[in-house]
Design a protein around this ligand. Structure first.
Ligand code: ADP
Ligand code: MG
Length: 462
């Protein structure tokens, strides 16, 4: 029966997929209408369910009949078959909904490697199609990055921009740009597997693969990617094991002429906690940054957004907004959205008065949100340490500095009394806080790196 199934499957999918996903399967038994197959790992099972469920259904139809069922037996430890096999009733309709066995959390089933498009068997790229070059406004602040991105988009893997690394502060358009590159490549090269993943997701998938003993599948999955877009690599700081696997995947892809595109919220120079050998790889290609948008670009961005929404507002209002919000594009968009909401709620036109009113409310709101927890989280994240590190007793240099910066920012941004700040930083007394603030103040004056770091951190709280 299984051979019959294999025959059907082999005819329906590419040879490579067949070899990877069906040859390792061992048929165990046929009990009435229930066929039991043994698969090498949890991951393997998930992959089959996510990607080949309709093929399996077809095969079962032909080999057993429409009421044929499939049962998986998953090998847990090498050679140790799991006691209770998972029974999966492969649906008879073409619905992509597969019934999920109770003892597998939905989380596990959806991650690490989620559904592919069931009909075409193309791999899901996780790109957001709304991010395109067309709606990416070009300006002095982003011209180099944008043009390099466009070159990569039109000739992936061929230019010397490999990897392409784009860095810049929050909300400056990194994700938009790299997604635009991905979308462009995907739409113009239907045979290429483009994958967008955040470094955080990559890390979680990796950890999950370790937990479920499916590291090989994990690596294999990433090695078949043609264009890898990996967002926010600063998240990999201090995650040595994840960096190691990423290093291997990176090398493999790069050697095979596959395109790699990365973003980071800071320059490679500031990416402490990243292995040197990985950092040196990043420098093989092109590294370019996104700057804060200048006034002209801000105006153009507002116009573009309004146009996309089909909303008209007067030029003087646009200029007012562009003058008032000079932090980042995300903020600019946020204001436009609230402005439109205000206008439609109150059934009034968007004029200067409404713009001023809206802006005032937003500024007040964002002030309120800054509390010591967010300051600590952002600071820890920035330096690649944990909040617990900031609160710890450790006097290690690589912790003392972030801790001092954290206290400095807490003073600036929360207005809490020094005593209270000390309390939140692991119960330190207020003279320690004073000392920290002084130390950072001095460093800001003497040391450009500190100045830049503090400025960037402050920008998070604007
Ligand atoms: P980042 O990843 O750098 O934090 P995003 O790419 O998420 O920033 O950008 C924030 C928002 O600003 C997104 O909605 C994005 O579409 C928009 N945006 C950023 N830069 C531009 C630009 N040059 N033109 C149009 N929209 C932009
Ligand atoms: Mg982003």
């Amino acid at each position: 029966v299984w051979n019959h199934c294999l025959h059907v499957i082999r005819e329906s999918i590419p040879e490579q997929s067949y070899k990877t996903w069906f040859e390792p399967i061992v048929p165990l038994r046929l009990n009435g209408k229930v066929l039991t197959i043994q698969v090498p790992s949890q991951f393997f099972f998930e992959w089959l369910e996510d990607n080949f469920v309709h093929i399996l259904r077809k095969a079962l139809d032909q080999a057993i009949g429409r009421d044929g069922m499939l049962e998986y037996s998953i090998i847990v430890d090498k050679g140790n078959e799991q006691n209770r096999p998972l029974t999966v009733n492969v649906p008879t309709t073409k619905s992509p909904q597969t019934s999920k066995p109770d003892n597998v959390s939905p989380d596990l089933l959806r991650s690490p490697f989620e559904l592919k498009d069931l009909d075409s068997l193309t791999l899901d790229s996780y790109l957001n199609p709304t991010y395109t070059f067309d709606n990416y406004v070009e300006g002095d602040c982003n011209r180099l990055a944008r043009n390099a991105g466009y070159a990569v988009a039109t000739r992936p893997g061929v230019t010397s921009f490999n990897p392409l690394m784009i860095y810049g502060g929050v909300g400056l358009g990194k994700t938009h740009l790299v997604q635009a590159i991905g979308n462009y490549i995907k739409n113009n090269n239907l045979d290429k597997f483009v994958l967008y993943v955040t470094s955080e997701k990559f890390t979680n998938q990796f950890l999950n693969a370790i937990k479920t003993d499916s590291l090989r599948d994990f690596t294999q999955f990433y090695m078949q990617v043609d264009v890898l877009v990996i967002d926010d690599v600063q998240f990999l700081q201090k995650k040595e094991k994840t960096q190691e696997i990423f290093f291997h995947i990176f090398n493999h892809l790069h050697q095979s002429g596959k395109q790699i595109i990365m973003t980071s919220d800071r320059s490679p120079r500031e990416l402490g906690g990243l292995e040197d050998r990985l950092l040196s790889r990043f420098k093989w290609g092109l590294t370019t940054d996104l700057q804060q948008p200048d006034l002209e670009t801000r105006i153009a961005i507002i116009q573009k957004k309004l146009q996309a929404e089909g909303v008209y507002i007067d030029d003087n209002v646009i200029e007012y907004l562009a003058h008032s919000i000079n932090t980042n594009v995300r903020e600019l968009e946020g204001v436009i959205v609230s402005l439109m909401a205000q206008a439609s709620l109150n059934r009034r036109e968007i004029d200067l008065e409404l713009a001023k009113l809206t802006l005032r409310n937003i500024v007040v709101d964002s002030d309120k949100e800054i509390n010591i927890d967010t300051v600590q989280e952002v600071t820890a994240d920035f330096f690649g340490v944990t909040v617990a590190d900031l609160k710890s007793k450790s006097r290690k240099r690589e912790l003392v500095y972030p801790r001092q910066v954290g206290m400095f920012l807490a003073k600036e941004k929360t207005g809490l009394p020094l005593k209270s700040i000390g309390y939140h930083f692991g119960g330190r007394d207020h003279s320690t806080v004073i000392h920290a603030i002084q130390a950072i103040n001095d460093l800001i004056n003497e040391n450009p790196a500190t100045r830049e770091a503090v400025e960037k951190l402050k920008a998070y709280f604007k």
